[in-house]
Design a protein around this ligand. Structure first.
Ligand code: F6R
Length: 619
């Protein structure tokens, strides 16, 4: 949710922290701040984006532009507000009464009100409305007796309930940064005589590829002499030799590469990202290899049912997965919003296989669903993009989607890669269970392998879709309708439009329209139909007639050369034909582009839509 970065080394601390924050800004962008150790703790924090903070730093030009730094120590934060409105005061870092301790935090302190009352009764004065501020005051309180930074932090963390990724500095011991993790991720990069800690690898990779992932319940002490990791409540130093990983991320992957927005770049990357999701995993005979779950095949094949749980776009992918797995592998599948699943005491059998789908691998609700299912004895398998993320690490096994970094807040290429992985799983299990014949397997495989080329053809329609966006950009409501495999695509198309353009949009199963939403239709209502040639094509045509009869404006995603749909539609977007269960990978792409262009034309901040953040690490 929020982004944290901390640095110790000899570089210009301002440049390191600001460029780190810019890379983390997709996690939250309502305010930003830095704390730098000089003679004391220098703090600058502002409501608004990182660029605003960067501009204000120019008021301190002599220090900011200095070229000699004997030792730079600092922490920084970009925020997605939970407690307290976005403002200068509530921006992180948060300090104590003396201004000697500064804290940046990602997560939520659940017992902050009780702690705040106690601290106020001891004379502490609070400046912000945040939950985080209790941490700095608690540390200050313990420091009065211990006179030791690490012990004070450990004692403070003993009293804190909730989740946190933390970065803390202290003017009394200015050559140290303490980081801690309970829930929210912290990664420590090990450079040559320099160290950088951050909430995710994108802020680290420009400096080093060698990293340690802090585990849940650990504290890291970073100093010019190196990194030490302990359990939060222990003094014993943990052995780190086997815990150093090499990041596979490149700088190019996390830059815009000439596109005006990450979202557009990521939409256009799909031919490549889809190829990466299937590379080395499938051949033309329809033989599928998924090394990540190979050891769990017995459990998977003997399970009575699957549960797929996820949030948002990943949940939509899960719904397509249900349609795939039930139709072609004949496995019963329940699809659950992780946020509901985790709180409703679901019945889970030990032979259930629970699949967690998550781009970030850090979504708090999905992670909680994983832990619940695991505690109830189920096998938990991840379908995750970010390598080394918490869901990936806490799952028994899983399949990475290999879509590459997705930075635009609206998920695009991760969705289509999730669909590729779900179709590979369907093919693998359908074959193993004897539900898919070798001939059908080969047909599906050949279609899947040809998908990236078909996506390239759809991307050539960008100008046509942009022209449609121009026509419809001023409408206030949209309906998206689809059936079968394309019903989740209707949900996804509507989500893309609302989250980045702030236009109200609803996705519906086309046949459900007559049970209520049809009342909304008049000549001002654009209705986007996914009306491709599949098993429910004729049925969707009837639903289009119903909309046409009520003068709705119809934009259809159709299969190439389909005159029937064209006659009923005001506009069509023609996409290539493919196997029915793979169609969502193609049909969603025009909807991504339509949402993108409408949002740009309305002047919306496409990569950082209001109120949103890329990984939702709070519940
Ligand atoms: C929408 C979007 C969100 C995410 C959801 C789950 O464009 O990005 O709906 O899909 O927050 O995130 P992950 O997949 O990271 O668990």
């Amino acid at each position: 949710m929020c982004g944290i970065v901390g640095y110790i080394g000899k570089r210009n601390i301002f440049e390191v922290l600001i460029s780190g924050l810019k890379r983390l800004e997709y996690r939250g962008y309502d305010s930003a701040g830095i704390a730098i150790l000089s003679d004391d703790v220098f703090i600058l924090k502002r409501a608004g984006k990182v660029s605003k903070l960067e501009n204000e730093l120019q008021n301190f030009a002599p220090i900011v532009n200095s070229t000699s730094f004997s030792l730079s120590v600092g922490i920084a934060h970009t925020r997605w507000a939970t407690h307290g409105e976005p403002s200068d005061i509530n921006a992180h870092p948060l300090t104590d009464c003396t201004g000697k301790f500064a804290v940046v935090h990602n997560g939520i302190i659940e017992n902050y009100q009780i702690l705040k009352k106690k601290l106020e009764s001891l004379g502490h004065i609070f400046k912000s409305q945040t939950d985080t501020e209790v941490i700095s005051h608690l540390i200050e309180e313990f420091y009065k007796n211990t006179k030791d930074f690490i012990t004070s932090v450990q004692l403070a963390l003993n009293h804190i309930e909730g989740t946190y990724g933390l970065g803390i500095v202290c003017a009394h011991e200015p050559e140290k940064i303490i980081v801690a993790r309970k829930g929210s991720p912290i990664i420590i990069g090990l450079g040559d005589g320099e160290y950088i800690a951050a909430s995710d690898p994108s802020a680290i990779v420009a400096l080093t590829r060698n990293v340690i992932y802090l585990e849940h319940g650990e504290i890291g002490i970073i100093s010019p002499d190196g990194v030490e990791v302990r359990k939060i409540h222990s003094d014993e130093k943990l052995d780190l030799d086997s815990r150093i990983h090499e990041l596979a991320l490149s700088l190019d992957e996390i830059e815009k590469g000439g596109f005006p927005h990450f979202m557009l770049k990521e939409i256009f990357e799909q031919p490549e990202s889809l190829l990466n999701s299937m590379r080395g995993r499938i051949n033309e005979k329809g033989e599928v290899k998924l090394g990540g779950i190979a050891d769990f095949m017995d459990k998977i094949l003997n399970s009575r049912r699957f549960i797929i749980t996820a949030c948002g776009t990943s949940w939509h992918a899960g719904l397509v997965g249900k349609y795939m797995l039930e139709q072609y592998a004949e496995i019963p599948v329940d699809v659950e919003y992780a946020s509901e699943f985790r709180y409703r005491n679901p019945v889970i059998f030990p032979d259930d296989v629970v699949w967690l789908i998550s781009q970030s691998g850090e979504t708090a609700d999905t992670l909680a669903a994983l832990r619940l299912a695991k505690a109830k004895g189920a096998t938990v398998l991840g379908i995750v993009n970010v390598v080394g993320s918490t869901i990936a690490r806490e799952s028994h096994a899983g399949v990475y989607i290999h879509a590459g970094p997705e930075i635009g807040v609206a998920s695009t290429k991760a969705f289509t890669s999730q669909l590729v992985v779900l179709s590979l799983i369907t093919l693998l299990l359908g074959r193993e269970k004897g539900k898919i014949s070798p001939e059908l397997a080969s047909e599906i495989a050949r279609e899947l392998i040809s998908i990236p080329e078909k996506v390239k053809k759809i991307l050539e329609l960008n100008d046509h879709i942009k022209a449609l966006a121009e026509k419809y950009k001023d409408h206030h409501n949209f309906l998206y309708l689809g059936r079968g495999f394309n019903y989740p695509v209707a949900l996804e198309g509507a989500l893309k439009l609302k989250e980045i353009s702030y236009i109200h949009a609803e996705g519906y199963p086309a046949a459900e329209m007559k049970h209520g939403p049809i009342a909304l239709i008049d000549e001002n209502m654009p209705v986007v139909f996914i009306a491709v040639k599949d098993g429910v094509y004729e049925k969707v045509l009837s639903n289009m007639e119903e909309v046409k009869a009520r003068k709705g404006k119809i934009i259809s995603i159709v299969t190439e050369l389909d005159d029937k749909v064209a006659k009923l539609s005001d506009h069509t977007i023609q996409i290539p034909q493919t196997f029915d269960m793979l169609m969502p990978i193609l049909s969603v792409i025009p909807l991504q582009l339509l949402a993108y262009h409408i949002a740009v034309m309305r002047g919306c901040d496409v990569d950082q839509p209001r109120n949103l953040a890329k990984s939702v690490t709070v519940e």
